[in-house]
Design a binder for this molecule. Structure first.
Ligand code: NAP
Length: 529
């Protein structure tokens, strides 16, 4: 039976690419799910449609009206999320994994809808701050305004979060009035495409507000420039390639990269066995290794513990990993699903071998795992792998990202040594400090902050409500310096502002008043409604 090509949503219609396309295998059974091709599609037409129809339609809506549209999008996805769970299972995701992606994405969209409704004016213009006097006589001043660029938001996503990754970029772009073209990663494009189908069928958005290309996007960067925003998530290697495109280097398209990183979690010296923080650390490490089979950009790759605790931590984590049941999503007892595909499994095995060359594998066998409800070789299953490297000066744990259920234990001796080790990751999305010692926590957080986009402090008091090491929150910044891409996404309305053009307007007070008054009157009306 021939498998149809996954269509793209362009210019308001679903269109199939030509040719054979790239076959996408079910992560659990190996059967072909779909084929992905953008061959022959009019991608230049899609960019023009976004710039014309999309921009015009969104420009008709004020910020709160866009927030209402976003809320309707989230509600439509909420009503049909089972369809997305079912497709996610084909990519190896358990129900818990799918919730991170699907519910996480819907929740993120709802948070942005709320921020847009409450925090943005009933206008298409934002006026920042108060007027800044620029002359002694009071006849000349300045003020900043934020307006919608005449461009598009191109989002290029990683395979591991087809729904969340799309919505966390789409929500701020929509609020900013910028039309989006989604380019999902090929291995999970069918999940992103289905989410866009649900969005399109909801009728919540003006035409051209969202489009999706299944497959590659040849020529699209040639059409982008200073009015456009490129939001990339994926590997550091791809980020480096795209960052060098003339669209970015010559025409100054905005480019935000979220790349891989070797995130650390630090156990404080106070957290000896028997202390709640010891258990919290071991639990969090196992959670981060196994949710989405470790295919999370924020997962803990380096677990740093004082040298005298490394044996005890290793035993506690091994005992927890022994309870992990690997297998088909939905099969009885399964707690960890498959990697996205066999090629990904080979990549992870190769990376784990490089890590193991610097130390030892203390739990798991990269070439063998008991699998429930599926064939261990046809599906992309892998055992969780806990490694231990006793020499933190070895480069491998700080350079090699095994994008799967893999983490490495490393010892430290004192805070200075710890901070040096943390810095060797050269920039991370997320770190965590698990300790009940306030002085230690303060010294480590302030010493490590420059290398991180986000740091979670976990202790007995906050654990009950803590959102965990690996979960970016839409209200807070997601991104990280250096290797993590140097970008900044989310962070509440900061992400909306990042899609707008800030312009300093200078002139007499009356002129400035005239430019901003319409906005402020509308704002007052909006508050009265
Ligand atoms: P990837 O291979 O770098 O691909 C990322 C995206 O870039 C995919 O959509 C890919 O499309 C696209 N792409 C590749 N070459 C391109 C080109 N020349 N022009 C336009 N698009 C291009 O990464 P991945 O394997 O999907 O994802 C895993 C990596 O992402 C991991 O390293 C992980 O750490 C990182 N990640 C980071 C974050 C974060 O928030 N920082 C989140 C998730 C994942 P195709 O699939 O069609 O090739």
């Amino acid at each position: 039976m021939s498998i149809e090509t996954l269509p793209s949503y362009l210019c308001g219609a679903w269109r199939g690419g030509a040719g054979e396309g790239t076959p996408i295998a079910d992560a659990v059974t190996g059967a072909t799910v779909t084929r992905v091709s953008s061959e022959g599609l009019d991608l230049a037409g899609a960019v023009a449609y976004a710039r014309g129809t999309g921009l015009a339609g969104l420009g008709e809506l004020t910020f709160p009206q866009r927030a209402a549209a976003l809320k309707a999008v989230a509600q439509a996805l909420q009503e049909r999320k089972q369809e997305l769970y079912d497709l996610s299972a084909r990519a190896g995701a358990t129900r818990r994994d799918a919730a991170v992606d699907v519910d996480g994405g819907i929740g993120t969209a709802l948070v942005y809808a709320s921020l847009g409704r409450k925090g943005l004016p009933d206008s298409t213009l934002i006026v920042e701050d108060d007027p800044v006097p620029l002359g002694k006589g009071g006849t000349f001043a300045g003020r900043h305004i934020l307006t919608t660029p005449r461009g598009i938001a191109l989002q290029i996503n990683a395979f591991n979060f087809p729904v969340w990754g799309m919505l966390e970029k789409f929500a701020p772009a929509l609020l900013a009035g910028v039309p989006t073209i989604v380019k999902p990663a090929t291995p999970t494009a069918y999940i992103a495409a289905h989410a866009v189908r649900i969005i399109a069928e909801s009728g919540a958005l003006p035409p051209g507000a969202i489009q999706l290309v299944s497959g590659s996007i040849p020529g699209v960067f040639d059409l982008l420039g200073g009015q456009d925003h490129i939001g990339f998530t994926g590997s550091a290697a791809t980020a480096a390639r795209l960052r060098c495109d003339p669209a970015v280097t010559h025409r100054s398209a905005r480019f935000n990269a979220e790349a891989d990183s070797l995130n650390c979690s630090i156990l404080g010296p106070d957290a000896v066995p028997g202390q709640p923080e010891f258990e919290l650390f071991a639990d969090a490490l196992v959670t981060e290794m196994t949710v989405k089979a470790g295919q999370k950009c924020t997962a803990i790759r380096r677990a740093l513990v004082t040298a005298n605790l490394i044996d005890a931590v290793s035993q506690a984590v091994e005992a927890r990993l022994a309870k992990v049941v690997v297998g088909a999503p939905g099969a009885p007892g399964v707690t960890m699903g498959a990697l996205v595909g066999l090629a990904q499994r080979e990549d992870v095995r190769a990376a784990a071998a490089r890590l193991a060359s610097a130390g030892t594998t203390v739990y798991g066998d990269p070439n063998s795992v008991d699998v429930v409800g599926a064939d261990a070789e046809r599906g992309a299953f892998l055992s969780p792998l806990l490694l231990r490297v006793d020499d933190p000066a070895r480069p491998e744990p700080h350079e090699v990202e095994a994008f799967g259920p893999v983490s490495t234990l490393l010892p430290y001796r004192g805070v200075g040594d710890l901070l040096d080790t943390v810095a060797r990751g050269e920039g991370s999305l997320a770190g965590s400090v698990v300790s009940y010692d306030g002085d230690f926590v303060r010294e480590v957080v302030l010493g490590a902050a420059a290398h991180h986009g986000r740091i979670l402090v976990l202790d007995r008091d906050s654990a009950g409500e803590s959102t965990g090491h690996g979960t970016p929150m839409p209200q807070l910044v997601h991104g990280g310096p250096g290797r993590a891409g140097g970008g900044e996404e989310e962070g509440g309305l900061r992400a909306v502002h990042a899609h707008l053009q800030r312009t300093a307007i200078q002139g007499g007070p009356a002129v400035l008043e005239a430019i901003t008054t319409i906005h402020e009157q509308r704002n007052v009306e909006g508050e009265q409604r």
